[in-house]
Design a protein around this ligand. Sequence first.
Ligand code: SAM
Ligand code: SF4
Length: 324
Amino acid sequence: MRDQFGRSIEYLRISVTDRCNFRCIYCMPESGIAWLPKPQILSYEEITEVVRQLAPLGLKRLRVTGGEPTVRPELATLIAMLRGVPGIEDIALSTNGAKLPQMAAALRAAGLDRVNMSSDSLRPERIAAIARRNLGFDPVAAALAAEAAGLDPIKLNVVVIRGVNDDEVEDFAALTVDHAWHVRFIELMPVGDLAGTEFERVVPSDEVLARVAARFGALDANDGPARGNGPARYQRIPGALGSIGVITPLSHTYCDSCNRVRLTADGRLRTCLYGDHEVNLRDALRAGEPMAPLFEQALANKPREHELLKLRVGGLKALSEVGG
Ligand code: SAM
Ligand code: SF4
């Protein structure tokens, strides 16, 4: 499966819900969110059918995301259904981690391979301030639970926000010394609820890496997890068990190697995180029509790159709409 620019598309991010138990300041508004009505949301059977139809076209890797996927009931049931689709080699989950301690073992037993956990602070009051919810969540405990359940690799995503959590870069980097975890620093994308200061709050990844090197010494380049589908570039503190990655949607775009498409909770296939390049799979699915022609049409229209910097606006109100 290739798009019009010859990029091979084998990775689907599936948003299973638009809802979330957090309201991260960079992702969702605090209130006034119009949730999708339940009948519009794809059932687990419908999601599995989309995957079943796309697998013969070359789809191999899945990421289950949200909103927060763990708030949708019986998530392990979906994982088991997806695991049963021939051709699917890898299933990952993106989660805020709050429910991982209770759920990690069941998700692993259902066939989940690995997990990316968002955690923007290691300090309880700050976690609650960024998430605008206080669930008493300890990201280190959640990552340990995921590790104990056998999920591998474990990646921690940290959105670095100037004046909010950028003083914790070194603390997150230090976690990789004794844990085989991959800490990925993400440049803030200018969507969300930061009162118009989003662009000023972006901390370029080069600055983040310079800070880590200033504390821990020169990093070993190109050294990270073997398995990964995404845009992160990895380095390692010498001798550390884990690695440090940066995801740089703004300072170095990675659209040239984009291998992914996204399925929204209500069944739209989006071929770019930003912009309105999408086709409605749900209506076709519910009408009993095949997915392949729509998928081909979507790939034919997948843009070469996002226009975030050019326009200074995205085509999205929040990444929770499409799962990041
Ligand atoms: N709820 C799950 C989570 O938090 O990991 C999955 C969905 S969340 C939308 C996926 C990823 O998008 C998270 O790592 C989150 O930090 C990231 N994200 C959301 N809004 C962002 C923004 N404005 N800039 C950068 N990353 C963002
Ligand atoms: Fe929820 Fe994830 Fe968005 Fe935070 S980043 S509000 S946890 S969907």
